[in-house]
Write a protein that binds this ligand. Structure first.
Ligand code: HEM
Ligand code: HEM
Length: 203
């Protein structure tokens, strides 16, 4: 009965929207658009906006989205590991304590990426709409990541931000790998539909 209640109140539309928006923009910046290109910077600003929305939601959203429902607690995480080893299943309104630590780690890492990215990029670059074919060609060249980087390179502070950006991005990849392992493990262990509960319409 308790388990049913937990299931039906799982993730609300804002949590789902911000999650898949953030995940999509990470994939976009990691694999699709050029490093430091204008598209990368715009995607980065969108990502920052979605993360900001999720963090506000942590104060004003429904119970399962609130930080108060999943405080960061290494002690609780250890208790949870004990439960896992003993094959005990305890219901959680929101993240389990290990999942909670992972969410905070991902948010902290994204915050460093966003702060260092914005420190390098400054305000969102203006996009000038071309009025002729030759401008279209030039614009295409201008928007390549390399050229943008070349134009705006590079103070000593930028080097520090670049290093921070790169380290945090690599850490993010490791966390995402562990996050997905966690999702697979949790699905196998609990038999709950962990993945579909994050999809539109999923409980
Ligand atoms: C495979 C299915 C997946 C499930 C079920 C899942 C589930 C979740 C859940 C429940 C959260 C906590 C959301 C919150 O409290 O706001 C979360 C956070 C997060 N996930 Fe996933 N995830 C999945 C795949 C992915 C993928 C593929 C990526 C990245 C490419 C990713 C990146 C993140 C990030 C960055 C966060 C923290 C930021 C946020 O969205 O709030 N996840 N995930
Ligand atoms: C989580 C999403 C992001 C990923 C996966 C990502 C990934 C990367 C990577 C791999 C690089 C190359 C690092 C290097 O120089 O070795 C880079 C560079 C850069 N990123 Fe991001 N980034 C993300 C978010 C952002 C954000 C939010 C901004 C700013 C709004 C931003 C702005 C930049 C800039 C300006 C550079 C060029 C740095 C240089 O001068 O080399 N990025 N990014």
């Amino acid at each position: 009965m308790e388990e049913r209640k937990t299931k039906s109140s799982r993730w609300d539309p804002i949590v789902k929207l911000t999650h898949w928006g953030v995940a999509g923009l990470i994939i976009c910046n990691a694999l699709i658009v050029g490093e430091g290109s204008i598209a990368h910077i715009y995607a980065g600003y969108f990502l920052a906006g979605l993360l900001f929305l999720r963090l506000i939601w942590g104060f004003v959203g429904p119970t399962s989205a609130r930080f108060a429902s999943f405080p960061p607690s290494p002690r609780q995480a250890l208790v949870h590991i004990g439960d896992l080893l003993a094959s005990k299943k305890a219901p959680h309104v929101s993240h389990n304590p290990l999942g909670a630590l992972m969410a905070y780690a991902l948010w902290a890492c994204l915050s460093v990426i966003i702060a260092s990215g914005i420190a390098m990029a400054g305000p969102p670059p203006k996009i000038a709409f071309p009025t002729s074919i030759s401008e279209v060609v030039q614009e295409g060249e201008h928007q390549s990541g390399e050229q943008y980087e070349e134009e705006y390179e590079e103070s000593e502070a930028d080097e520090v931000f670049e290093e921070a950006h790169e380290i945090a991005v690599n850490l993010l990849y490791v966390l995402i790998f562990l996050h997905i392992l966690g999702v697979v493990f949790e699905t196998a262990r609990s038999g709950r539909r962990t993945v579909t509960s994050m999809l539109p319409g999923g409980k």
